[in-house]
Design a protein around this ligand. Structure first.
Ligand code: NAP
Length: 546
């Protein structure tokens, strides 16, 4: 290629700024595949990555017990049959070290590292109206001039670190699950406090409880979690999957959540007898994982149906946790599946251990951190280590931490002051040639991320290839199509119970963040169909310029 337009630039590493076709921010699974695709188009492209290695979320979230709650044989790339045939997953839910090994394998196998600038954080991306390109600068002084600016910054990568008064006076160690150190952390025989009871906490608590002297869990909101029933794969099982890996992947793409194992029972919970409901919930509980929410099709739309599932889990908690007061505190009161459903190994069982204590901070919140520990309602809980499992500034945090300015020097943070505005979660009006992989307004966090990443990367590379063929140099959404998409995303979110609680999906976990349901809830197949139709209609809703 390279004969048609002026899209292509050959990279000169010695020049400042470095001229290049595309700069990708982030070397997680999205960034790595994007680089691979752009290279195959013959474009010059590079990744800028803050970490010292590939893996994105799996590079940073290396806390004890971290693993993925999407089935490993689906939480992996499908673009290369050779890759998926040669890689051997060992467990149903892969551990963080295994996923990181996979990310490294991919980087080596496709020789990606030579075009990745590790240890560099992008701090600004400014569009030049005159030259129709992006000036991208890093905190280490690198500067790039690129036609395309592609954000592969992840949906859950900017950590939420609450600023408790006195935090700097704490004499012990402080960690965040989302930014866990790369050196080994010795927690054995220590008094450890975990703040938070979301997915990260629910994974780490049972693991660290085994070795610490005492574990205090500071719970503000109880969460629903379903046992993983994790297991190692047998060689026969792997062989069977690999004999029709493509089939499994196709079924995944056709399912709402982008995963074949999440089978939806197309029956309403309210239309069946209590006995049938119980049987179905029990079957799902025994199978384990997030497919519990597929037990009935109306669980996230009908509060009465939802209550049947919530009651089932509450009953399980009462059966597992010996102390009825602790069981009551651990029993969530809100809608099940409204905050992201968690998946665990022995979470509720862990509260039967003598060295584990649950501290309720729902009404009497954490007052401050002192020299010795955490203060709640006048009591100081003495600790050697505090672990923040307090989550992320989801979906927009990483994007808005970069100074992004589009046409006429308008900043993205100004444009998104009342919440993110995109067309398809892929682009935002006024920011030509800027793409966001799994951006707000796309299925992203409501789906198997690998499926959504691959769909977006392929859409973007097809788009760039189209532009190249047709002689276009710039693409951005029309204001009208963006408005309609934002309204559509809001409208369908409003029909689901998922938009009704204070979750990170709506930005409620971050003070001052506008509260908007950010991901597209219409499901992976519908979304894919919409994207394909738009392409078939010559990129309907986008402005393409020569
Ligand atoms: P999270 O779900 O946002 O949970 C954060 C926890 O910290 C909540 O319990 C929250 O309480 C608590 N918290 C926050 N600020 C607090 C404060 N000032 N005082 C007391 N408690 C406070 O974060 P996460 O557990 O890191 O998970 C985020 C997402 O990452 C998950 O939902 C999931 O999508 C993804 N993740 C996935 C996996 C996986 O297996 N694939 C594993 C880990 C994470 P409130 O609820 O009261 O706000």
């Amino acid at each position: 290629m390279n004969n048609h337009t002026n899209l292509h630039t050959s990279i000169d590493n010695d020049a400042i700024p470095i001229k290049i076709d595309a700069v990708i921010t982030g070397a997680g699974f999205a960034g790595m595949y994007m680089l691979y695709k752009l290279r195959n188009l013959g474009l010059s492209a590079c990744i800028i990555e803050a970490g010292k290695n590939v893996g994105g979320t799996w590079y940073w979230n290396r806390y004890p017990g971290a693993r993925c709650d999407v089935w490993s044989m689906e939480y992996s790339y499908q673009f290369s049959e050779e890759l998926q045939q040669e890689w051997e997953w060992t467990e149903k839910y892969a551990t963080q070290p295994e996923i990181l090994r996979y990310a490294n394998h991919v980087a080596d196998r496709f020789d990606l590292r030579k075009d990745i600038y590790f240890g560099n954080r992008v701090h600004s991306a400014i569009f030049n109206d005159d030259s129709n390109n992006w000036s991208i600068k890093t905190d280490s002084g690198l500067e790039f001039l690129a036609t395309f600016c592609i954000m592969a910054t992840g949906c859950l990568s900017s950590v939420n670190q609450p600023h408790f008064q006195g935090i700097d006076n704490f004499k012990g160690e402080i960690y965040h699950t989302g930014n866990w150190p790369h050196h080994s952390v010795n927690l054995s025989d220590k008094r450890v406090g975990v703040i938070g009871t979301g997915s990260s906490a629910i994974q780490t608590i049972p693991e660290i409880a085994k070795s610490v002297k005492n574990l205090l869990v500071f719970q503000r909101t109880a969460n629903y979690t379903i046992p993983a029933h994790n297991e190692f794969f047998t060689p026969d099982f792997i062989k069977e999957i690999k004999s029709d890996y493509k089939g499994l992947r196709e079924r995944g793409k056709m399912s709402r959540g982008g995963t074949a194992i999440l089978e939806l029972n197309e029956v309403n919970a309210v239309d069946v007898t209590p006995e049938i409901r119980e049987k179905e919930f029990e079957k799902r509980w025994q199978a384990g994982g997030v497919s519990f929410m597929g037990a009935f099709q109306d669980l996230v739309v009908n509060p009465d149906s939802n209550k049947t599932a919530a009651d089932f889990v509450r009953k399980k908690i009462q059966q597992i946790v010996i102390d009825p007061d602790i069981a009551a505190l651990l029993s969530p009161k809100n809608i099940i599946g409204c905050k992201r459903l968690c998946v665990d190994t022995d979470y509720y069982e862990t509260f039967n251990r003598e060295n584990v204590k649950l501290i309720d901070v729902s009404s009497d919140q954490i007052e401050m951190i002192t020299h010795d520990g955490i203060k709640v309602s006048g009591n100081i809980y003495a600790l050697d280590v505090i672990i923040f499992a307090t989550g992320f500034d989801a979906m927009t945090g990483a994007l808005l931490s970069i100074d992004i300015k589009g046409k006429n020097n308008r900043s993205l943070s100004e444009k998104w002051i009342n919440g993110p505005r995109t067309y398809l979660g892929l682009q935002t009006e006024g920011f030509p040639n800027l793409f966001t992989i799994t951006g707000p307004g796309s299925p992203s966090v409501l789906s198997n991320m690998m499926v959504s990443i691959e769909q977006h990367v392929e859409w973007i590379s097809d788009c760039i290839s189209f532009m190249d063929r047709e002689g276009y140099t710039s693409i951005e959404p029309e204001m009208d199509s963006e408005d309609k998409w934002v309204n559509h995303v809001n409208d369908i979110a409003g029909k689901s119970l998922r938009s009704t609680c204070s979750s990170w999906y709506v930005g409620a976990n971050i003070d001052g963040k506008p509260q908007v349901f950010m991901p597209y809830i219409g499901g992976v197949p519908t979304y894919r169909e919409i994207c394909e139709k738009i392409v078939a209609n010559q990129y309907e809703g986008f402005i393409l310029t020569k």
